[in-house]
Design a protein. Structure first.
Length: 304
């Protein structure tokens, strides 16, 4: 039996998730539920229906195709709407829609299928030192799949990278870490109680995994800056103190300004977004945080 994982997207010509030009592979399934997640379609491990209301003309062709009776006309007849709790993500309505207002996110792929797509851009990797970046979701939930794709990539000279939230079982990852050139490791909030409140899980395992991987491969910590949540002077001071423990191992720190570009995905998934009152940080604020971390002796990049 071939190994299969659910992939939501394979994005080409990426330049911010590892060195050179890269192809990003987005896995489904995450071990945390951060309230600002820009890819909510990757949190659940199974396929999901996304319904884009702005594309819907209200023709109603999808209604008779829905065997679970999860779709109905809106009360004013201008469009259709999902009935909460009834959709089973079967996708029967997708083919009926002529406006591309419906799609199922999450397609089963084998390692060979993923590598075939990655391999299409070999000339760009060779010229730039690029390769594949596994993202998600949490890629390290699929270590055997990553191992197989990475082995094929390494045979061709492509670099490999993983974007991780850090909340994973360490032992299977240790078996494949020699195939990973770069780890982009999220350190979201140092205060544990606050981390639980906004990310859904303790950060203790994350910090242990971070410390272990620093000894084994190139690790770049990445900190999303979420105004009012993890950007207070106390939060930044805790961050500096945490990173200073590993000063000899950390080459650079990336700080990532919050954005709400994923807001439409929550609507398409019929899920609430709890940070509607949060706005992206100003350039001045990001530069201030950058300066704070630089004073602690780190090279700091905004974005990346």
């Amino acid at each position: 039996m071939p190994q299969l994982v659910y992939v939501t997207n394979i994005q080409k010509f990426c330049t911010h998730d590892g060195p050179g030009i890269r192809t990003n592979v987005f896995f489904k399934g995450c071990s945390m539920e951060c309230k600002w997640c820009a890819n909510p379609e990757t949190i659940d491990p199974y396929p999901q229906l996304m319904y884009y209301r702005n594309k819907c003309t209200g023709c109603g062709r999808c209604i008779p195709d829905c065997i679970h009776e999860a779709i109905k006309f809106h009360h004013d007849g201008s469009r259709v709407e999902q009935i909460p709790g009834k959709c089973k993500n079967c996708g029967a309505c997708v083919s009926a829609c002529r406006q591309d207002a419906r799609e199922i996110v999450g397609e089963l792929k084998t390692p060979e299928e993923v590598f075939k797509i990655v391999d299409q851009d070999k000339v760009f990797y060779q010229q730039s030192g690029g390769g594949v970046t596994f993202s998600g979701g949490e890629p390290f939930l699929h270590p055997e799949f990553i191992q197989k794709v990475s082995a094929m990539c390494k045979a061709e000279g492509y670099t490999t990278a993983v974007e991780t939230c850090g909340n994973f079982c360490l032992s299977p990852v240790l078996k494949i870490i020699d195939l990973i050139d770069h780890v982009l490791f999220d350190i979201k909030i140092i205060d544990e109680e606050k981390h639980i409140r906004y990310c859904g899980k303790s950060n203790q395992k994350i910090h242990r995994n971070f410390e272990t991987l620093l000894e084994l491969t190139d690790v770049t910590p990445r900190v999303p800056i979420i105004p009012g949540i993890n950007d207070t002077p106390v939060d930044i001071a805790l961050l500096c103190r945490f990173f200073t423990q590993y000063k000899d191992k950390i080459k650079r720190v990336h700080i990532l300004p919050y954005h709400n570009l994923g807001l439409g995905k929550y609507e398409a998934l019929n899920e609430p977004y709890s940070l509607n009152d949060v706005h992206p940080p100003s350039d001045e604020h990001m530069n201030g945080i950058k300066a704070d971390l630089e004073r602690c002796g780190f090279e700091v990049v905004i974005g990346g």
